[in-house]
Ligand binder design. Structure first.
Ligand code: G4P
Length: 531
């Protein structure tokens, strides 16, 4: 029974650039999964929930979603967990960290825009664990780039091969529908203002003159040429290459018109992998079907209920079964803790869960026990691999006007950096009283100011700094080093490792030229990572 539950889990996240249609696709996935009954409910529900605390007032005021974390729905026997990856103003390190909890990802691309900046970064994070990636090319009801050009762009920019499962029959004004290469079916599209017959057309032969009767000559001719080219170049789908993150099955559609979303979901059902085994710091690999419960914290959400000054630790279950109130070994603290919990399944409107299984995410109420990266287990003593730190791109100096409160400020920022809310840097000449803060998304600054005010009673001044790049210099032996040529500004991180802060990517090339033997790593724990 436990095994069956685990085997039907599918946990994924959507990666995309703002405005590619993630919210719209999420809504349509939940709609197709029977969770919501009309579009717009995701935002609507959220709005209702947001009214319940001050913390959430900040969200509501900003029109953003800091707290939604996971949406669960069933699809044809599967229990699907869709992890929320904050995208607009609420883009933060959490967005990256969430991907560490996913077993696969859907890369959503706007047909007119192709591979955009944010998508590229999120893709790199997926690369870190080589998780399988589906590609959904959205907005086919609009004009866009030629599909072959787009596939080529994905392959060359991301260095990942694509295997189109569906192919658009025309685009924009000429969009007739989707050709499904493996099913050999054309699904005609009917826009909101036309009444095309949408009965699927079985296509035994793309050359069939019957198709010429239904589809405009330039559109069907184009389709025939493109499919001949694709079929001629691509072999069978290599499922292993997909599981290894090297090959992405691509589908087209329109999230807004709910067209192609069901086809995508079927593909997801057939191909998306269940909970993956997880590496630990020792030789042990945790298998999701292991009977012991194990999990790790990938995200901390502070202050959701201000009266209790609570935090919620979001835990990805890696093996076994979670039960309400269970006792687990907390590896870092080396003691037993009880998992009192509250879980937020926004779309399902469920506040609590009694049980959950490997692949699921649970939100556990925390009074200060948990940090990002913590391992919990009921069995063997293991430690899951560290969650990488992601290089910040925005920097600011913090200060308090009241000199008496400087120590409090230092304490506050240190605690918040341990929690993973920000990254902390110290200018060795200035000292810790004026800390430098590094973040990935603008909102992290706002949340920081809010929390320093709310939790520590500090009115801080934040001055943005012009840095954009942080790199950890290491010598030939991989040891952190301060021996750098070229008058570079060297700061300390929270663990007193040397960090170079630079104003632009170009400066990094220059620094590298000046110091050919030095590796400018993107993080102290994550050499392989190349944002
Ligand atoms: P995001 O979460 O990725 O940022 O994107 P979101 O879903 O909010 O979509 C961004 C815009 O793109 C929205 O338009 C949305 O309607 C539109 N969109 C999403 N999918 C499709 C699609 O398949 N076809 C077309 N034509 N448009 C799509 P908006 O003008 O900002 O909002 P709205 O007034 O349309 O709701």
């Amino acid at each position: 029974m436990i095994q069956d539950e685990i085997l039907r889990r599918r946990t994924f996240a959507i990666i995309s650039h703002p405005d590619a249609g993630k919210t719209t696709l999420t809504e349509k996935l939940l709609y197709n999964g029977g969770v919501i009954h009309e579009a717009g409910e995701v935002k609507g529900k959220h709005g209702t929930k947001a009214a319940t605390s001050d913390w959430m007032a900040l969200e509501q005021q900003r029109g953003i979603s800091i707290t939604s974390s996971v949406m669960q729905f069933d699809y044809k026997g599967l229990r699907v967990n869709l992890l929320d990856t904050p995208g607009h103003k609420d883009f933060s390190e959490d967005t990256y960290r969430t991907l560490v909890a996913a077993d696969s990802a859907v890369m959503l691309i706007d047909v007119a825009k192709g591979v955009e900046d944010r998508t590229k970064k999120l893709y790199e994070v997926c690369r870190y664990r080589n998780i399988p990636i589906f590609t959904f090319i959205n907005k086919c009801d609009r004009e866009g780039k030629a599909p072959l050009e787009l596939i080529d762009e994905i392959e060359t920019t991301l260095k990942m091969a694509c295997w189109p499962v569906t192919w658009p029959v025309g685009l924009g004004g000429l969009f007739f529908g989707l050709y499904h290469r493996t099913r050999k079916i054309i699904y005609p599209y009917s826009g909101p203002h036309d009444d095309q017959d949408t009965t699927p057309i079985k296509v035994d032969d793309l050359m069939s003159p019957e198709l010429d009767k239904r589809i405009r000559p330039e559109v069907i001719e184009n389709l025939r040429e493109e499919i001949a080219l694709i079929d001629g170049t691509l072999g069978e789908f290599d499922h292993q290459a997909f599981l290894d993150g090297k090959l992405s099955p691509a589908t087209f559609g329109s999230a807004k018109q709910d067209f192609g979303v069901d086809v995508f979901l079927d593909l997801f059902k057939d191909w998306a992998p269940g909970p993956a085994p997880r590496k630990t710091k020792s030789d042990v690999v945790v298998n999701p079907l292991d009977s012991d419960f194990t999990g790790f914290v990938f995200k901390m959400q502070a202050n959701m209920d201000r009266r209790h000054r609570d935090r919620v630790a979001f835990i990805r279950i890696c093996s076994g079964k979670f039960e309400r109130g269970m006792k687990v070994q907390h590896m870092r603290l080396d003691r037993e803790v009880r998992l009192a919990f509250s879980s937020q399944f926004v779309a399902q409107d469920r506040e609590t869960v009694d049980e959950a299984y490997a692949g699921d995410i649970v939100g556990v109420n925390d009074t200060g026990n948990f940090q990002i990266g913590d391992t919990i287990t009921t069995g063997k003593k293991i430690l899951f691999e560290d969650i990488p730190k992601f290089p910040p791109e925005l920097f600011a100096r913090l200060s308090v006007t009241d000199a008496m409160k400087r120590t409090k400020l230092q304490k506050g920022v240190r605690q918040l950096s341990e929690e993973g809310a920000i990254q902390l840097f110290i200018d060795p000449y200035v000292g810790a009283q004026d800390p430098i803060i590094g973040v990935v998304g603008e909102l992290q600054f706002e949340v920081l100011i809010y929390r320093l005010q709310d939790e520590y009673g500090l009115d801080v001044k934040l001055i943005k700094l012009p840095y954009k790049v942080a790199r950890w210099p290491k010598d030939k032996n991989g040891k952190p080093t301060r021996e750098l040529k070229g008058n570079l500004q060297i700061f300390n991180d929270a663990a007193e490792n040397p960090v170079v802060l630079l104003e632009q990517e170009w400066d990094l090339n220059w620094a590298q030229k000046e110091n050919p033997d030095i590796e400018f790593a993107t993080s102290i724990t994550m050499e392989r990572y190349k944002l």
